[in-house]
Design a binder for this molecule. Structure first.
Ligand SMILES: NC(=O)C1=CN([C@@H]2O[C@H](COP(=O)(O)OP(=O)(O)OC[C@H]3O[C@@H](n4cnc5c(N)ncnc54)[C@H](O)[C@@H]3O)[C@@H](O)[C@H]2O)C=CC1
Ligand SMILES: Nc1nc(O)c(N)c(N[C@@H]2O[C@H](COP(=O)(O)O)[C@@H](O)[C@H]2O)n1
Length: 223
């Protein structure tokens, strides 16, 4: 499976404010670029923190659906994936509507009753891990379900875990021209943080879009 992480951050590395409310960092050109990455993916993944904060839909806009998905011979939207150990995704979340398949990666900590409720709400529930979702196991199950190319949109906890699990092949970051600040505001990679064996990146491209810049990286050690 090929994994591409895409996110938008402020100049000081924040994904949103300390209140964790959705913050528009990208402009129109960058949202179009994001849509093209979504269109090329078999599935788009976020953490439950993002679902609770943003209630995202994670579908394509009409133009991306028409041009990109059809061009790749795969009409329709990519699947949606939520990393959600205990099954906190609300059953009326937009991500559970019938616009596309939605996989919920839960752990054994999600009760059978909660798994059934989420399944009744339309989710394909996959159990991976004991306490927290085990991303290697979870992405392995997604690969078995036919996901060859996965886009990770965030937030900071899940992006960190993807790097820690060693599954990231490519990182694209849009750096918007604003300062957000706040020691408790989510950043591109939160979690525990690395003390050694930092993921090393190779800068593969830069592009000015809107009033910001896209930085593209490959991850060293990934073919
Ligand atoms: N600017 C951007 O591009 C984006 C911004 N955001 C922002 O990020 C914020 C949400 O980010 P976070 O709070 O970091 O939440 P998150 O979306 O990264 O979800 C983290 C949660 O997922 C669950 N989880 C289960 N297994 C896990 C594992 N193995 N590793 C990590 N998490 C696991 C935990 O409950 C954890 O708290 C919101 O403010 C949202 O608006 C989110 C996506 C993109
Ligand atoms: N690329 C990007 N730029 C921003 O400025 C953002 N705030 C985000 N957030 C992500 O986009 C999701 C919204 O998806 P829908 O429009 O609901 O499909 C949100 O949940 C974040 O993942 N991304």
């Amino acid at each position: 499976m090929y994994v591409v992480v895409n996110a938008a951050q402020s100049v000081d590395g924040k994904l949103s404010t300390r209140r964790r409310e959705q913050l528009r960092i990208s402009g129109e050109e960058d949202f179009d670029r994001m849509d093209r990455i979504r269109a090329a993916a078999d599935a788009v993944l976020v953490g439950v923190g993002t679902v609770l904060a943003d209630d995202p839909h994670l579908t394509l806009d009409e133009e991306a659906r028409r041009v990109e998905r059809l061009r790749n011979g795969r009409p329709g939207d990519p699947a949606r994936v939520v990393v959600d150990s205990t099954g906190r995704t609300p059953t009326d979340a937009r991500i559970l509507d019938d616009a596309a398949t939605t996989y919920l990666l839960v752990s054994a900590a999600a009760t059978p009753e909660r798994r059934e409720e989420l399944s009744d709400a339309g989710a394909e529930v996959i159990v991976a891990g004991e306490e927290r979702v085990d991303l290697l196991e979870g992405t392995g199950a997604l690969a078995e379900a036919g996901v060859d190319r996965l886009m990770v949109e965030g937030g900071g906890e899940v992006i960190y875990s993807c790097f820690a699990a060693g599954i990231v092949d490519e990182l694209q970051v849009y750096v918007g021209s604003l300062v957000v600040g706040g020691r408790d505001a989510p950043t591109l990679a939160d979690g525990e943080g690395f003390l050694e064996e930092f993921p090393r990146l190779e800068l593969t491209g830069t592009e000015r879009l809107d009033d910001g810049i896209v930085l593209s990286y490959g991850v060293e050690g990934r073919a």
